[in-house]
Design a protein around this ligand. Structure first.
Ligand code: GLP
Length: 240
């Protein structure tokens, strides 16, 4: 793992954006694995700005997102579909037809998991961006998830529901289930870029980098990947 520690969130966003920009510059047909959460917002702003300055173009880029809540319509402001349009897709020159998210608002969730896994089989991520849950989850793969997992439905832990409730009016509105890429789908990416900011991520960063490789900390599996770049601010790196 290559670990880059930055002074603050802004510098983390810029450094991490450089990694994605390099991938897009070197491969116009790149497949970007994208993430939601508050951590990537600054990075997405950097990508928007680079696209506006014509440093990079997303015209031929394809994207696959990590996860989505179950039961929220795409139009819901907290759905990950909405988030991606609002924070990135609506502001860059990407063809929206080339963007992909799992859908959590369908009757047959098993069929949707199979569809998404098949799609990922055809589209290896040139780079997969990951945030980190405070309990070490990646995408919505909670502690205990099998390292062999592919796209599946998860019951969110109380910890994750509490963490994510800050974005909803009330904790009772946070969905209790999600559809997520599995750990095997994430590990299949050619390159993985992890970002984290703030003291509440310090333990998870420590467990990811220095802890044992164990299903109790999903992010620890990244120690087994040959090309991982971790960009964290000094608060998130404080236990390393
Ligand atoms: C959610 C997402 C994860 C994300 C995590 C951290 O649970 N499913 O992909 O990494 O939140 O979010 P934040 O960046 O807001 O701390």
């Amino acid at each position: 793992m290559k670990i880059i520690v930055t002074e603050n969130y802004e510098e983390m966003s810029k450094k991490a954006a450089e990694v994605i920009k390099d991938v897009v510059k070197n491969d116009k047909n790149a497949v970007l694995g994208l993430a939601t959460g508050t951590t990537p917002i600054g990075l997405y702003k950097e990508l928007i700005s680079a696209c506006e300055k014509k440093e990079i173009s997303f015209k031929k880029v394809k994207t696959v997102n990590l996860d989505e809540y179950v039961g929220l319509p795409k139009s819901h402001v907290q759905s990950y579909d909405y988030f991606m349009k609002d924070n990135l897709f609506n502001h860059i020159d990407i063809d929206i037809e080339n963007t992909n998210l799992p859908c959590g608002d369908v009757k047959d969730l098993d069929a949707e998991c199979a569809r998404y896994t098949a799609l990922l089989g055809k589209m290896q991520q040139s780079v997969q961006l990951l945030g980190l849950g405070s309990n070490g989850h990646i995408a919505f793969n909670e502690p205990g998830t099998s390292f062999d997992s592919t796209t599946h439905i998860v019951a969110l832990t109380e910890n994750t529901i509490k963490d994510n409730s800050r974005l909803f009016d009330d904790i009772s509105e946070v969905p209790t289930k999600a559809i997520t890429m599995g750990i095997k789908n994430i590990m299949n990416a050619k390159k993985i870029l992890v970002i984290a900011s703030g003291k509440n991520k310090a333990q998870a960063v420590y467990n990811m980098v220095k802890g044992p490789v164990a299903e109790s900390c999903p992010a620890s599996v990244l120690q087994n990947h040959k090309d991982v770049v971790v960009v964290v601010d000094k608060d998130a790196a404080s236990l390393l």
